[in-house]
Design a binder for this molecule. Sequence first.
Ligand SMILES: Cc1ncc(COP(=O)(O)O)c(C=O)c1O
Length: 426
Amino acid sequence: MPTSHKIPQWESEGFNHIWLPYTQMQTAPLPLPVISANGVRLTLADGRELIDGIASWWCVCHGYQHPYLIKQISNQLDALSHVMFAGLAHEPAYTLARRLVSITPKGLNRVFFSDSGSTAVEVALKMAVQFWSNQKELDKRKFICFRNGYHGDTMGGMSLADPETGMHQMLNHYTPEQYVFDIPHNSRDLAALAESLKKIRKTVAGLVIEPLVQAAGGMKFHSPEILAEIHRLCKQYDILFIADEIATGFGRTGSMFACDEAGITPDIICLGKALTGGMMGLAATLSTEEVFEGFLSDRLETALMHGPTFMANPIGCAAANASLDLFEGEPRIAQVQGIETQLREELKPCHKLENVADVRVKGAIGVVQLSNTDGEYILALRQQFVEEGVWLRPFSDVVYIMPAFTISTAELTQLTDAVFKILAAR
Ligand SMILES: Cc1ncc(COP(=O)(O)O)c(C=O)c1O
């Protein structure tokens, strides 16, 4: 396997037993061994430091090893590291539920905890289908989703991904078939979508969308106005509106939640990633009281039959509560706005590069879309960024920056300089 670093013993001994994500194991280069991290810096086993420009898949929003998060987590570890969430209750989860309800769009009132973003999406799908079947609407069980969408790697989530460009094409025959549309961009597109919804509404349980930013499917943006219109159509045609804010939630787009920018309350929202400040896996699916009430009766059959072993893990909930403390006590949203301004300014020169098709910025997300989509070129870029001392992970046709919100202006400039330098060198 090709490598560009000194291999520590644990890596050489363990590599033959590891199966890596999204990786062709026959040809993949060895992953870089990280021994510690602080702020936005990763330290490798050979002593090199990399500035992380993607916050470990966008979740480490306060930077690595934030002392307050570490303190709150270790306090929780001392008291109660885990307890099952059925028949037993604990303070961190109940407090977190109350706090999530108070910061998410008004009307979301019930919190179902799980352990990963993908599971939060599965829970949302299950909620939507059963919400209708509890009302004897048995035909309403398909979902509307969008091209360039991504909603996780479990079966339900995969079924919502773009069937042509998404990474799960190999399993298209296996996952449930959904209705896939282009995200509308103008009133004509919206009218066409409305026409389709009118026709299929009786078979549709819900519409699932990554609000404002379709992330892993290509870092594509749409406007709050369009989002609000899609939401309005769902209301009009009795389709549950499910906002997957796993990537966009907790400040990433410049407001606490992307739905806030459109002034909408989804019927169901999925949260994960930055929920714990990126300290550990925890996710939540929130619903309105109306959806929740759809499950109430004197029979168990109408209840939501879901319960991951580690749901509402107390350490995860303590991390999430601590993360919310930081959002309240530190100027995170202002920092995102600062990052947005800086990204706009510093990525501007990329516009004139020959192989750049588009440059766009939204909140703490900076995207340079390439006209060259050659897979080997994209992989080579990853290596070149490492040589520049930055950790960026271009995919498909995009090079993007989604750093921790605590990144300094100098560190962010190192990232944007590296992007320009490497793309210009081609
Ligand atoms: C919008 C969206 N939904 C769902 C997921 C899946 O989350 P997880 O990787 O925690 O399962 C992701 C992950 O990138 C995501 O971006």
